[in-house]
Write a new protein. Structure first.
Length: 226
């Protein structure tokens, strides 16, 4: 991918993340902090550009600030067996309310050999999960039509599932295959190196968000209460 002055250099980003993986400790990171800070600033600018473009196809994203959509590189290791202090990816979540939004949105994950874009909601809390299942129950025809759209053919539906029907639903429910999910996510891998420029990658995200917006908006109906 060719870069213009001031653009995010994905080759440099992936070089940094690749080097971080076997050197995931504070001493190494402190020595590379200036390099990281510059990449972070460039990533913020990239996400700001993405928000501007994405807002055209999903107005609910208008007004978001990039810094509120980007995840920290520091890991929360308090309850994890993996004590590595740093993530080996850069990521951002575009949703009304930013990365702390309880609702559905659009997630971009940049990691060497494992980059992907996703949309939806990951492991919502029990009350919201119940509401989403109810929304699918009431509007299954509309939900199914959204998922069958040709534009979403390249995305896969992913997430952990229950082994039995959730409480209140029978084994023969027509939407049972979806009601069993604990997360509701459409995912597609991508490789930044396959895009000729930052602008081309941004166009891919903008087009994908346009295609995924009906899915996200359907899920977010579960946030609306009387």
């Amino acid at each position: 991918m060719k870069q213009q002055p001031g653009e995010l250099d994905f080759k440099a980003l992936y070089s940094f993340l690749t080097a971080l993986k076997p050197n995931n400790h504070k001493a190494w990171f402190d020595g590379e902090r200036d390099r990281y800070q510059q990449l972070r600033l460039d990533f913020i600018a990239f996400v700001a550009d993405l928000i501007e473009r994405a807002s055209v196809v999903d107005p609910s994203l208008a007004g978001l600030e990039a810094k509120n959509c980007i995840f920290r590189i520091n890991r929360d290791v308090r309850f994890s067996a993996n004590k590595n202090p740093y993530k080996t990816n850069f990521s951002a979540y575009l949703a009304n309310g930013g990365k702390k939004s309880p609702g559905a949105g659009y997630y971009m994950h940049f990691e060497p050999g494992a980059s992907f874009m996703a949309a939806g909601i990951w492991m919502p809390e029990a009350p919201l999960l119940k509401n989403i299942r109810q929304e699918i129950d009431y509007g299954f025809t509309a939900f199914e039509d959204i998922l069958k759209a040709p534009a979403l053919g390249a995305f896969t539906f992913e997430g952990e599932q229950l082994t039995r029907p959730p409480k209140g639903y029978e084994q023969d429910h027509p939407a049972l295959a979806y009601l069993k999910y604990k997360s509701f996510v459409l995912r597609q891998p991508f490789d930044p190196a396959s895009f000729e420029s930052n602008a081309a990658l941004l166009r891919y995200f903008q087009e994908s968000i346009s295609q995924l917006a009906p899915f996200v908006h359907f899920l977010n109906q579960a946030l609306i209460t009387d």
